[in-house]
Write a protein that binds this ligand. Structure first.
Ligand SMILES: [Zn+2]
Length: 137
């Protein structure tokens, strides 16, 4: 069994998870981390690499383009969200898979589908970003 050793003192010196930025509204991008050792990319950012265990995460602005690989339409009501709404999994160009709300899909759209992430103007919006088909712009 391969055992990874993590330098706990280095981990504790890294900015804690809840205090890390997840979105950069000025840039219109999600903020993740890239491992300085192996290059693995994460969103949200992680202090310790999930692939190699290194404590060498560097914040990066993630790509706003990706591929929708699957989605579903949700009809169950939830406070603050008009129904129906769309949820899907998107593989960003950086190699990160995210779960997000979508808009602008029609019955003609099929996966895999090129999509773009759009951060909403209101920083307190729920959800704060959505994906939409790339041909809509
Ligand atoms: Zn790594």
């Amino acid at each position: 069994m391969d055992v990874r050793r993590v330098d706990l003192a280095k981990v504790l010196a890294v900015t804690p998870f809840p205090q890390r930025p997840r979105l950069d509204h000025e840039a219109g991008r999600l903020v993740g981390t890239r491992c300085g050792n192996c290059g693995a990319v994460s969103w949200p950012g992680r202090p310790v690499c999930q692939r190699c265990g290194a404590v060498d995460a560097r914040e990066i602005a993630l790509s706003d383009e990706g591929t929708l690989i699957t989605y579903t339409t949700v009809w169950v009501r939830r406070p603050g969200l008009p129904t129906p709404y769309v949820l899907g999994q998107v593989d960003l160009a950086d190699g990160v898979r995210i779960f997000a709300h979508g808009r602008g899909l029609t019955e003609e759209h099929r996966v895999p589908l090129p999509v773009r992430l759009v951060l909403l103007d209101d920083p307190d919006a729920v959800p704060p970003f959505v994906f939409e088909p790339r041909e809509n712009r």
